[in-house]
Write a protein that binds this ligand. Structure first.
Ligand SMILES: CC(C)(COP(=O)(O)OP(=O)(O)OC[C@H]1O[C@@H](n2cnc3c(N)ncnc32)[C@H](O)[C@@H]1OP(=O)(O)O)[C@@H](O)C(=O)NCCC(=O)NCCS
Length: 176
């Protein structure tokens, strides 16, 4: 990632710029709907945002990542958990490491917060580089279970739970 890109915590004043980045980034994908921008607002409104970071160049927001609170039970115990979604980088600036830097910075903040596990629903060619594994996620019952459902222990030395259940924040269930 080039030196002129900075990463910082998103503020309420960034909401419109974040919206624009998400809409632009997802417009070119085959995910169909444009619900991600709305999702970010709903998660925030519900108080379920754990980490929201923006990437900035010359004072202009060019990327965003959100991690939201999940309800996870592992081996019969609640486990502090964060779902990664969405992550978006402005078209034209993709493939330069901005998404990578946003995700790694977000994972660091989650570690500082004492979050134990993170889940993501996404491309299996992208997320394993951060430590996400479909094998770990497969141990958890979830409506999103499948090859794109991945998880990682934020302490890489922590033992993997044997099984459990993983539910995203309620806002995900309200996606149109
Ligand atoms: C996905 C996204 C956030 C990645 O950010 P980025 O800054 O472009 O990515 P980076 O520069 O950090 O990493 C580039 C790598 O990601 C891969 N990549 C980028 N978008 C990808 C996608 N949608 N699916 C799979 N791989 C993708 C590139 O092929 C490249 O892989 P390589 O390092 O093996 O060559 C960005 O491309 C984006 O906003 N895409 C549109 C929205 C989206 O798909 N969000 C994720 C939903 S799961």
């Amino acid at each position: 990632m080039s030196d002129d890109i900075g990463i910082r915590v998103a503020t309420a004043a960034d909401a419109d710029a974040v919206d624009i980045i998400i809409r632009a980034a997802f417009a070119g994908t085959d995910f169909g709907h444009q619900g991600e921008a709305e999702l970010v607002r709903m998660i925030d409104g519900d108080g379920d945002t754990l980490v929201s970071l923006v990437a900035e160049r010359d004072g202009v927001i060019v990327g965003h990542v959100l991690f939201s609170r999940m309800d996870v039970d592992a081996d019969g115990q609640p486990l502090a958990a964060a779902g990664l979604a969405p992550v978006a980088v402005r078209p034209g600036l993709q493939g330069q490491g901005i998404g990578d830097a946003l995700i790694r910075a977000g994972l660091d903040v989650l570690r500082e917060q004492g979050i134990a596990i993170s889940f993501v629903l996404g491309h299996e060619a992208y997320y394993p580089r951060f430590g996400y594994s479909p094998e770990l996620a497969a141990r958890f019952a979830s409506p999103f279970a499948g090859p794109h459902f991945m998880a990682m222990m934020l302490d890489s030395g922590a033992p993997w739970p044997l099984g459990g259940r993983a539910d995203y924040a309620p806002a995900f269930g309200r996606l149109g």
